[in-house]
Design a protein around this ligand. Structure first.
Ligand code: PCA
Length: 216
């Protein structure tokens, strides 16, 4: 039987930003062969309305052995490996369709939470061994990244073959922080949150961390 591919998803830009490092990393990983497996990259819309179908359809279409989804966590200082998807949608800002979910379930009939089926601890250790800051995280938030993690885990449960699924949040790229600082100075319209918005990681390190995750 042919080797099943690894699916890497990356969210499109959202929240008024022009780029998303998750999307950039996904594009660069698309088409690579890692550990004998073909990496297929797909962009995901920041749209509650497109989930959970989009996750189920991708698993059906590609039959991946592993799904690693990527998203930006603004202000995060390290690679953040998510452990749990929760059945809550509660947005601080509207999604790209203008939907603002407040205290809604992701799936009315779904479990309260689903655990990542990636080897999260091994991934954290392996990334740290290469000198890239990384940590485990208990929550992917209650916005689209959490919906994505929850939806892929649910779709994997329904799939005919085992699919390991998980989510990695990544920091801003340095260029984005530089832009943010210019915007803060010029427009005085964007506030900085406890100065954590200064945190960033260059795209090549982000990509290397995802490669390491694929290798575990
Ligand atoms: N980050 C958001 C949604 C898309 C993204 O890249 C999140 O953390 O939910």
């Amino acid at each position: 039987m042919a080797n099943r591919p690894v699916l890497i998803t990356g969210f499109e830009p959202y929240g008024g930003r022009g780029t998303n490092p998750a999307h950039e990393a996904m594009k660069q990983l698309h088409g690579r062969t890692i550990d004998g497996k073909t990496v297929i990259g797909r962009g995901l819309p920041v749209s509650f309305g497109r989930f959970p179908e989009i996750a189920a359809n991708l698993i059906e279409e590609l039959n991946p052995s592993t799904v690693i989804s990527l998203g930006l966590w603004p202000g995060e200082s390290m690679i953040r490996i998510e452990r749990i998807g929760v059945n809550i949608a509660d947005f601080g800002i509207p999604d790209n369709d203008g939907t603002l979910a407040v205290d809604e379930p992701v799936d009315r009939n779904g479990a309260a939470a689903l655990m990542s089926t990636l080897p999260t601890r091994a991934i954290e250790r392996a990334i740290l061994r290469e000198g890239i800051p990384a940590s485990l995280s208990a929550t992917a938030g209650t916005y689209l990244c959490n919906i994505c993690l929850y939806s892929f885990l649910q779709a994997a449960q329904q799939h005919r073959e085992p699919v390991a699924c998980g989510f990695i949040h990544v920091p801003y790229m340095p260029e984005q922080v530089a832009e943010l600082l210019v915007a803060v100075r010029d427009q005085a319209s964007v506030e900085l949150h406890q100065r954590s918005d200064f945190a960033s990681m260059d795209l090549q390190r982000i990509i290397r961390a995802v490669e390491i995750a694929i290798l575990q």
